[in-house]
Design a protein around this ligand. Structure first.
Ligand SMILES: Cc1ncc(COP(=O)(O)O)c(C=O)c1O
Length: 465
């Protein structure tokens, strides 16, 4: 990015693989470099989650506490990745960890029901408006997959309406249309017949919704990321949730909110508490399990009854199968209970949201001062950075993501994102590759100030490459 930053923002601008930024990152992280080299002989691309892929190599973390993590070289980072969203209470919360340790000492797997799964489900029922019944899974991917299958079992229909850019995990029904294959075609490894069961629409197009609901006779469910695509990067227009509710009710379609990120974060009862719009089913994971693996589907009793042995036998219907070795794992249950009790009884969600607002304001002030035509924005305790890839005329004060298309908001210059992430890491801050991140209730004003300073320094480094 030369003096103006415009050249960094330019799509197609050829930056060298090695820059002063990547060299600064390398100089700080030799231990990560060594481990990345070893990992390349074990894992494809050396990573175990696509979002951990980073050139020249990703960070190897040794330990974490509160809002911070330390890499294998002993460097400290303010953490805005937040355990992929699982850590509203930060790392190693003192109200959660004793419950985890005590659970570990009683065994990690009973292959039997246990009392803690009941309390865990009761908390979900107390906090989440739509939760008449609950079923635990091991992940968010499993939860959205189960919600879709339940909807099909309940309605006897096949097709799913989804929205472009919305992420629901990596199972076949959710594989197309969140980062590619926006035309609905099947990504590699997914059969055309499965892809053909999804209808993909742009969000905020109320007329297109009317058209699909009134013309499509085989629609089982509509699934939506409750805050909008990619954790609210593409926000939903006012009235969108209400419109989905009204059409779903009118046409006998199951409305599924994916609250895997927003559950217990947007509010203790998630986006459905904020909007007052009640889905039929909700998928949860992440915060639900207090930093341990776990997920759940919660919702209408008559729909979850498709999992009920006796009810289905009495009604002469086929029960939907659902085994799963780690469903309601006892350690996850105890972590989840401890975390949900805290979220229910404190202002954790509001505190994280206030920190996100402070971070967004701080970054926007820096962008103004450094004369960089980008803008930070976000909802609840999330933040996003719009990097203006087309270098359009730009007035930060008039930026309104709801008036912009998904393509505008989600198209990134990958090289600019990479350089920004490396520069922030070199300056002691870890964000996600959206680019953006998630705040916790334990980020303090000093963490936000550190992040704002790191952002300023990173922009100055970017201007020099
Ligand atoms: C909105 C949303 N749905 C589903 C998932 C998948 O959850 P998991 O990674 O637990 O499978 C994610 C994960 O980030 C998510 O953000």
């Amino acid at each position: 990015m030369s003096e103006t930053l415009g050249s960094v923002a330019a799509p197609g601008h050829n930056q060298p693989d090695e820059t002063a930024i990547s060299l600064a990152y390398r100089a700080k992280t030799p231990g990560s470099a060594r481990l990345a080299q070893e990992a390349s002989t074990c894992f494809p691309s050396g990573v175990t989650h696509d979002s951990r892929y980073l050139k020249p190599y990703g960070l190897y973390v040794d330990r974490a506490q509160g809002a911070h993590k330390w890499d294998v070289d002993g460097n400290r980072y303010v953490d805005f990745f937040g355990g992929h969203g699982a850590l509203l209470l930060g790392h190693n919360h003192p109200g959660v960890m004793p419950a985890v340790h005590a659970a570990l000492d009683r065994s990690t797997q009973f292959a039997a029901s246990h009392a803690h799964e009941i309390r865990w489900a009761e908390l979900v029922k107390e906090m989440v408006p739509c939760a008449e019944r609950v079923r635990f899974t091991s992940s968010g991917t499993e939860a959205t997959s189960m919600a879709i299958r339940l909807a099909r079992a309940f309605t006897g229909k096949s097709r799913i309406l989804r929205f472009k850019g919305h992420f629901h995990g990596w199972h076949d029904d959710a594989a197309m249309g969140y980062s590619s294959h926006f035309d609905g075609s099947a990504p590699v490894g997914v059969p055309d017949t499965v892809a053909g069961n999804s209808i993909l629409l742009d969000v905020n197009d109320f007329a297109a919704l009317d058209e699909v609901f009134s013309s499509e006779r085989d629609l089982a469910a509509v699934v939506v990321e409750a805050l909008g695509a990619a954790t609210g990067m593409v926000p939903l227009a006012p009235g969108f949730h209400e419109k989905l509710r009204e059409l779903s009710t009118r046409h006998g379609v199951v409305l599924i909110f994916d609250e895997v990120i927003t559950g217990f974060r947007a509010a203790p009862g998630g986006v459905q508490e904020l909007t007052g719009v009640m889905p039929d089913l909700t998928a949860f994971a992440k915060i639900l399990a207090g930093g341990m693996p776990g997920g759940a589907v919660a919702g209408r009793e008559d729909i979850l009854a498709r999992l009920d042995f006796d009810r289905m036998r009495e009604n002469g219907k086929e029960k939907m199968v659902h085994p799963g070795t780690f469903n309601a794992n006892p350690v996850s249950a105890c972590a989840g209970i401890a975390a949900l009790e805290i979220i229910k009884s404190t202002d954790a969600c509001a505190k994280a949201a206030a920190s996100a607002t402070a971070l967004i304001e701080g970054w926007n002030t820096v962008l103004e001062q450094e004369d960089v035509p980008w803008v930070a924005y976000g909802q609840c305790s999330t933040f996003h950075l719009y990097m203006n890839p087309d270098e359009t005329d730009f007035d930060r004060h008039k930026f309104d993501p709801i008036s912009m298309s998904r393509e505008q908001l989600q198209t990134k210059n990958a090289e600019n994102v990479r350089q920004l992430r490396l520069a922030l890491l070199a300056n002691g801050v870890d964000i996600s590759g959206w680019p953006g991140g998630l705040l916790s209730a334990v980020h303090e004003s000093g963490d936000i100030a550190d992040c704002v300073d790191a952002f300023r320094e990173s922009l100055r480094m970017l201007k020099k490459i």
